[in-house]
Design a protein around this ligand. Structure first.
Ligand SMILES: [Zn+2]
Length: 159
């Protein structure tokens, strides 16, 4: 079963095996979020109050698409998503570490980092899966709402 505990174990494994040089100076939590068509994962730092912003060691929260609980989603898709968010952490985005780039996806820095850290295979497989399978998968699991699925107008002509 894939639950938040499973996610935490995955993150632990990924961190130990692929990011051993990245120190953890704050609490990091990972959890499944809402089901989403487009967003696979996200990373942010908790800000409950304005003064939290001054604390660079505040908690990091990694959220993974709720659809990924489904065992039909290959594990490499989840692995690549967690690794992606971990690259942001390593680059100092939503983490206490020094920020390495001006913006999180500048010039493909995440892809480069993932390859350097041994996720080339997962990256390739994830990309292919997202292209070949994901569109039909979300069509089935998250059908468009009525307002989006506009009824085709029936035109009756009287001759
Ligand atoms: Zn990203």
């Amino acid at each position: 079963m894939r639950d938040d505990k499973w996610l935490f174990q995955k993150l632990d494994e990924i961190w130990d095996n692929h990011f051993p040089d990245i120190s953890q100076n704050n609490d990091v939590v990972i959890k499944f979020g809402r089901k989403a068509r487009q967003r696979l994962g996200s990373i942010k730092q908790e800000t409950k109050t304005h003064s939290d912003l001054l604390n660079k060691n505040r908690k990091t929260i990694i959220t993974i698409n709720g659809l990924f609980k489904d065992l039909e989603i290959p594990e490499y898709v989840v692995t690549a998503t967690i690794a992606h968010e971990m690259c942001h952490y390593a680059h100092g985005f939503s983490s206490p570490l020094e920020q390495k780039f001006e913006s999180p996806h500048l010039g493909g820095v995440v892809t480069k980092e993932m390859k350097l850290r041994g996720f080339e295979k997962e990256l390739k497989l994830q990309k292919k899966w997202l292209k070949d399978i994901w569109p039909d998968y979300i069509k089935e699991k998250m059908p468009a709402t009525r307002t989006r699925r506009r009824r085709r107008r029936v035109i009756i002509k009287w001759i």
